[in-house]
Design a protein around this ligand. Structure first.
Ligand SMILES: [Zn+2]
Ligand SMILES: [Zn+2]
Ligand SMILES: [Zn+2]
Ligand SMILES: [Zn+2]
Length: 156
């Protein structure tokens, strides 16, 4: 899987006093400050290039911005909203970062996928589950599996 992030650089430019002021893509007013930001081929007030989520000024946060669906976001929020957590260990599809997941050891699961893989029993907080050969098992199936195994090793 290739990781493709929609990140764009931000440049800070000093405004030459003899040039015509540029319009800000954020507030549509003319930029009369000494510095302006250039990003996405547009010009911005330092205050106007902000993350749509947390309102942080993107000109200061490491000079990269991320866009998705017309939103301008800082890296943290972009990853939180649109990054991926990993692949679900049960159905092996990608899990988007904003989705709730269940974790068991290094594995992550969709909430819907986190069930006993033999009897489909769901687990609630506090329930016991077992991981065997990377399969999630409920206590009943796990113990049944153990019994069969010990049976198999004893009866010869
Ligand atoms: Zn502005
Ligand atoms: Zn942000
Ligand atoms: Zn899944
Ligand atoms: Zn089960």
């Amino acid at each position: 899987m290739q990781k493709r992030e929609k990140s764009f650089g931000i440049q800070m430019l000093s405004v030459q006093p003899d040039t015509k002021p540029k319009g800000c893509a954020g507030c549509n007013r003319k930029i009369k400050d000494r510095y302006l930001l250039k990003a996405l081929d547009k010009y911005w007030h330092e205050d106007c290039l902000k993350c749509a989520c947390c309102d942080c000024r993107l000109g200061e946060v490491g000079s990269t911005l991320y866009t998705k669906a017309n939103l301008i976001l800082c890296r943290r929020d972009y990853l939180r909203l649109f990054g991926v957590t990993g692949n679900c260990a049960a159905c092996s599809k990608l899990i988007p970062a904003f989705e709730m997941v269940m974790r068991a050891k290094e594995n992550v699961y969709h909430l819907d996928c986190f069930a006993c893989q033999l009897c489909n029993q769901r687990f609630c907080v506090g329930d016991k589950f077992f991981l065997k050969n990377n399969m999630i098992l409920c206590q009943t199936d796990y113990e049944e599996g153990l019994m069969k195994e010990s049976y198999a090793t004893h009866v010869r």
